[in-house]
Ligand binder design. Sequence first.
Ligand SMILES: NC(=O)c1ccc[n+]([C@@H]2O[C@H](COP(=O)([O-])OP(=O)(O)OC[C@H]3O[C@@H](n4cnc5c(N)ncnc54)[C@H](OP(=O)(O)O)[C@@H]3O)[C@@H](O)[C@H]2O)c1
Length: 326
Amino acid sequence: MAFTPLDHLRGARIWVAGHRGLVGSAIVRRLAEESVGELLSATSSELDLRDPRATEAFVERHRPDVIFLAAARVGGIHANRTAQAEFLYDNLMIGANVLRAAQMFEVPATVVLGSSCVYPRDTLQPIPETALLTGPLEPTNEGYAIAKIATLELGKMLRRQYGLRVVSLMPSNVYGPGDNFDPLHGHVMASLIRKVATAARDRDDSIEVWGTGSPRREFIFVDDLADAAVFALKHYDDDLHLNVGPGNDTSISDLAHLIADVAGWSGRLEFNPDMPDGTPRKLLDVSRLTALGWSATTDLRDGIARTLAWYRDSMDRAAPSIEPAE
Ligand SMILES: NC(=O)c1ccc[n+]([C@@H]2O[C@H](COP(=O)([O-])OP(=O)(O)OC[C@H]3O[C@@H](n4cnc5c(N)ncnc54)[C@H](OP(=O)(O)O)[C@@H]3O)[C@@H](O)[C@H]2O)c1
């Protein structure tokens, strides 16, 4: 299984699992800049990755050169906290099935994604890659975290035991066009963009913001993450996962004010401390990625403006999937 990274993109058969999702669709956009041979994809209704036999059969039939695993059950703090069992089960199965199929059919390279929220709740800031598994997890997303950590560990063990090339990335909070804007199930950035855009449209004078506003988060624009994933595939080959983020963070309060400013809405932000804050801070130490020669290029204001424009455009088209009945 000798791997010559650039050869694999030129003329390669690349499977983006989760190609319709936030991250998967950005990876597809990024791959359009490479001379790939064939892009493979399947929706979750065509191929349920929780099914080991179906997953093996897909890999055996299509024999990809590269897999980007961007399929997962993903959600914000409310979704995670109220469906821990499903977040654990689905993500454990998806991770194990795809990696096992990659091993069985000797897929030359597989990129898997963890998340900064799977590091211990209270840990060094900025968080080095070596902080994984050094302390208790944030209780609101324990199910998701355990599944993601198991996937990363399986990737590491398959590398060591079978020489399988697995590149594991640990992104910070991701946002951008194509995010889940459901106020209950989406992540904080998309939920806030939706609330502010709706308030601006309806001329409301206030919105509710969950939590105290004090937690700090590091946001990476999704096209930057996709670029980092292609970069890591070409340039990174190590057991240890690689942190991916812009290397700076912002408080939820400052974020809400920035979104309001970008949207041109000057109403009141009402913080609701009865809703959970989650981990107080999770800033990644991205020095290993920077040393390899990659850094994020989209600044937060610009990324928010692009995401807001996409969301407003979607509202205009009145797509039912992103504007569900309240
Ligand atoms: N969003 C973030 O802030 C963030 C942060 C760090 C890491 N990540 C990681 O990035 C990856 C992608 O996240 P995302 O935000 O892009 O999620 P997303 O927008 O919810 O997309 C997830 C995709 O996974 C597919 N999927 C879900 N269950 C499946 C199943 N059982 N079988 C086959 N496909 C299934 C869905 O396919 P269909 O559309 O066909 O149903 C969907 O397109 C995940 O591994 C996540 O952990 C995300």
